[in-house]
Design a protein around this ligand. Sequence first.
Ligand code: FAD
Length: 499
Amino acid sequence: MHWLFGDQLGPHFLLPSEDIGLTRDTPLLMIEARSVFRRRRFHRAKAHLVLSAMRHRAAELGDRVTYVRADTYREGLARVAAGAEVTVHHPTSYAALRLVRSLPDVAVGPARGFLVPTADFTTWADGHGGRRLRQEDFYRWVRRGHDLLMDGDQPVGGRWNLDHDNRRPPPRGAAVLPVAAPYRPREDAVDDEVRHDLDLWEKDGDVSFVGRDGPRLFPATRAEARTALRHFVEHRLGAFGPFEDAMLAADPAMSHSLLSSSLNLGLLDPAECVESAEAAWRAGRAPLNSVEGFVRQIAGWREYVWQLYWYFGEDYRHSNALRHFAPLPDWWSDLDADDVRARCLRTALAQVRDTGWTHHIPRLMILGGYALQRGWDPAAVTDWFHRCFVDGYDWVMVPNVVGMSQYADGGRMTTKPYTSGGAYVNRMSDLCGPCVHRPGDRTGAHACPYTAGYWAFLDRHRSLLERNHRTARAVRGLDRLADLDEVRRQEGARGDTPP
Ligand code: FAD
């Protein structure tokens, strides 16, 4: 019997495998464990998506699968597979790996759903002789190894990195990006059943959720995910590159693919995503800067994050190099966006509340940046992102939040902390114009919490950041601030009040 976890739902998880004796006829097992939802307060739209995707998959697999609703995985397994030999593909978290390894009759096969086997990454990373690992080097290695956007041994177009053609501010005066709307699925009877069950669980007091569970916005089946990929490549990929980092208040999706939840549920394989983007460029249907930007996100960033999760080891999640210990305030945990006056944060938090998703810049610069500037506990921030985002899983959240967003690893993943003042938000979005705060003000009634928070952060970590050549110049800027004492006083008194 072969066990499919809830993030192993695509056909590539059922390809025959000699390693674990998986054939086209092997009976399948899926376990819906209620304890997963009881342990933590997830976004309801995320719980809905995961359960909907699992139940849709079980319906597709029909008689081949035994679908068990149990309290825990262990109990589910004992109920239907006691004494039987069970196989499973390598799960995606340390906790799940520990569980399957602790079970007597379970054989664990290699991971699926990623481009590079972890052993190959280890060889690559160990070959650096202790020098810093760089995502850019990894990405080029993957491009070569998988012949992605290559012309012989050279990158097509002669350059590996087309970032300077991308990362533009939003088009002036546009409320939304002039691009086709993203694909959205239509709910069905399975979604009705899931919603009904979640209502019951909540009513029983068994579980508690956060956020709104409106119509399901993300694919729950392979067919929906394939349609979403096709729609993106045909209608939206062309605008992906230039506006990758831009934000518009009325356009949360911009030209992003919205494919992360489908990839992370295993409904899509990363290879098919990058290959269809490359095919669009080769057919003259999408410009190279957009296609390279998209390939970089999947073959570069997604893959790198997966590999680092395992390479850095289980203790990495506890990193706290900046010694940040403050708890998250309730308004943040409860996604009370309406209590927030800072328009950028209110907009991003409302997107999380309403959809369980924002694109990478609100995650990094608005949400993560606010937490970093305020010195919130990185483990609590990681947990919050994991629970509140539809695409959040342990493997992807730990490096992205601990390393990338909170700099809690002291620079193992990135060369500097990612945080900025309001000027960056103002340049890259239409969010600041009508805001009560002014990006240029550090102090006073209209002080921008990001601008003041940026300087207060540099000031607090001066001794560390002045030794980093990427932040030393910014730290020297502190000496030119005539009102630094006032910034310190103001930010020290901010407490848990929403900005
Ligand atoms: P696009 O912008 O269209 O990018 C295409 C794909 O690239 C994504 O679907 C995703 O699969 C992949 N990708 C790009 N960057 C990353 C990355 N850093 N890590 C992993 N995959 C990446 N992504 C998640 O899938 N799950 C998370 O829990 C998650 N948490 C994040 C937390 C923080 C603080 C930050 C800064 C980033 C996080 N990301 C996460 C990465 C990225 O923000 C999302 O993958 C992306 O916003 C999803 O939207 P999209 O599918 O439209 O992505």
